[in-house]
Design a protein around this ligand. Structure first.
Ligand code: NAD
Length: 471
């Protein structure tokens, strides 16, 4: 935080203090007020829909508006409607069985946590900031949001959005780079929700630990996609290409690499590239084929391809005018055939439109390959029958999708989160409401219960009940 101006840190602290002072459990109890806030946000999103599409387009260069409308706007709106619809039910105190010898009511009472911090990344800059934010609001919290510095137009829009229509004591946006992120994660939030890289996630968890702030880490990693021998290749190619080249591969749950049966890499690679020629007429001018977010990521991805080529790895690419693509900071869908497991492209999450395909001899070998690596955020399997079940049973991952990619994320009732190096905690739907709530355990001891049951001197009744409990 050395580089951060003292006044910037002071501003963060002031906003935090204001939110903390304004928060009260009694006030947060009001479910109508929470629902009303969500409705106002939904109305804002609808009226400013075009501004959102334009801001993200400016941040990317080219960003498929169809993908912005579906993955950013529609997903946020449906999440908000779902929260409003179920809020009353989820917020109800839940009576649980009292299995103890002492009579009384045992109740779980969901409470707001207080002031929640949300740090978001650039790849889906609207959705990944807004869904945590609205879920935290639904749970009765105040929220401070720190969006990514790589999407300044979207961040500016957030500022306008909330400054004009909401009290910063309840919803506030602070902008800036990693230094602001560092100062932000050092604030003593009641919960900190972070989406981004595993490397920064670790720093956020360390900063939060100093305040004993509970954290949700939504991280990335290399998500494998296994094609079993009985899979329909032509069908699989369509949904693999969809999940891999959506947002030009800049998706946390994009299939990172394929594991395919021996001698199938080229055939499957060709089927995927052929599919992309059906998807996109001319990559450079195609508005639904998205640019790489910035020069650094563009260079990083091109370097990965050059490294593969220098290692003698064969590649298949969607035909395109390279110069025209470069001018738009786009990279053609690229399949890399059989790179070594130790190649740079197999080290870190690719996060771009490059797809290595590796061959396996047996399903057991594919499982061992996955299990040797960090637990992924997503896992995909194509095929039917036992092979599919064996892979799901023998591995773990944040989420999984069978005969499809990335779609599990859209199911509101499925928790979304990682495991191990792909993160911890989860959200979406009810799971999100619980993540941003504290489950207070309340035990209500009836007046009529004889206190001799629990207090010294321990008498006959006490020992009778104790014996029963210890049986
Ligand atoms: P990033 O980690 O570089 O940045 C994310 C956010 O953290 C930004 O707002 C940034 O300013 C902030 N930040 C940077 N340094 C910080 C620090 N020291 N302390 C606190 N905050 C800091 O990630 P990115 O490049 O924006 O996003 C890409 C990564 O995010 C990929 O790994 C991707 O898989 C992952 N991701 C995960 C999910 C998920 O839901 N699991 C979703 C999208 C992206």
């Amino acid at each position: 935080m050395d580089g951060l101006q003292n006044d910037a840190a002071a501003v963060l602290q002031t906003v935090f203090d204001r939110q903390k002072d304004a928060f009260s459990f009694a006030h947060a109890e009001d479910l109508n007020a929470r629902r009303h806030k969500l409705e106002r946000i939904e109305n804002l999103i609808r009226t400013r829909q075009d501004d959102i599409v334009k801001a993200i387009e400016k941040d990317y260069g080219t960003r498929s508006s169809a993908e912005t409308l579906s993955a950013e706007i529609a997903m946020t709106l449906s999440a908000s409607k779902d929260l409003r619809k179920h809020l009353k039910h989820w917020a109800l105190p839940r009576r649980v069985k009292n299995g103890s010898p002492i009579p009384g009511k045992a109740i779980i009472q969901p409470r707001p946590k207080g002031v929640v911090g949300v740090i978001s990344p650039w790849n889906y800059p609207f959705q990944l900031a807004m869904i945590p934010l609205i879920t935290a609001i639904a749970a009765g919290n105040h929220v401070m949001l720190k969006p990514s510095e790589f999407t300044p137009h979207t961040s500016k829009l957030f500022e306008d959005f909330f400054i004009n229509d909401f009290d910063t004591a309840e919803i506030a946006v602070v902008t800036g780079g990693h230094d602001v992120g560092e100062a932000f994660s050092a604030l003593p939030f009641d919960h900190l929700f972070y989406t981004g890289s595993t490397k920064v996630g670790r720093l956020v968890a360390i900063a939060a630990a100093k305040n004993l702030t509970p954290v949700t880490l939504e991280l990335g990693g290399k998500s494998p996609c296994v094609i079993l021998p009985d899979a329909d290749i032509a069908e699989a190619a369509k949904t693999i290409a969809f999940g891999k080249f959506y947002n030009a591969g800049q998706t946390c749950v994009a299939p990172d690499y394929l594991l395919v049966p021996k001698d199938q890499a080229e055939k499957i690679g060709k089927a995927i590239i052929e599919t992309t020629t059906d998807f996109y007429e001319d990559l450079a001018t195609e508005p639904d084929y998205t640019s790489i977010i910035n020069e650094d990521h563009y260079d990083r991805l091109n370097k990965l391809v050059s490294q593969c080529v220098s290692e003698g790895v064969a590649l298949l690419r969607t035909p395109s005018d390279e110069q025209a693509l470069k001018a738009k900071r786009k990279i053609a869908p690229t399949v890399l055939l059989n790179p070594a497991g130790t190649s740079a492209i197999m080290e870190d999450e690719i996060f771009g439109p490059l797809l290595p395909i590796l061959e396996y001899e047996s399903v057991e070998e594919a499982i061992a390959f996955i299990n040797k690596r960090d637990h992924p955020l997503a896992l995909y399997v194509y095929g039917g029958g036992d092979g599919c079940d064996t892979i799901l049973q023998s591995t773990t991952s944040g989420g999984a999708c069978v005969n499809g990619t990335i779609l599990h994320l859209m199911i509101e009732n499925l928790p979304f989160g990682g495991v191990g190096h792909s993160g911890y905690g989860a959200y979406h739907g009810e799971r999100g409401f619980r993540e941003f709530s504290h489950d207070r355990a309340v035990f209500n001891l009836p007046k009529w219960v004889p206190k001799s049951l629990i207090t010294p001197p321990y008498g006959k009744l006490f020992y009778t009940l104790l014996k029963k409990q210890m049986r």
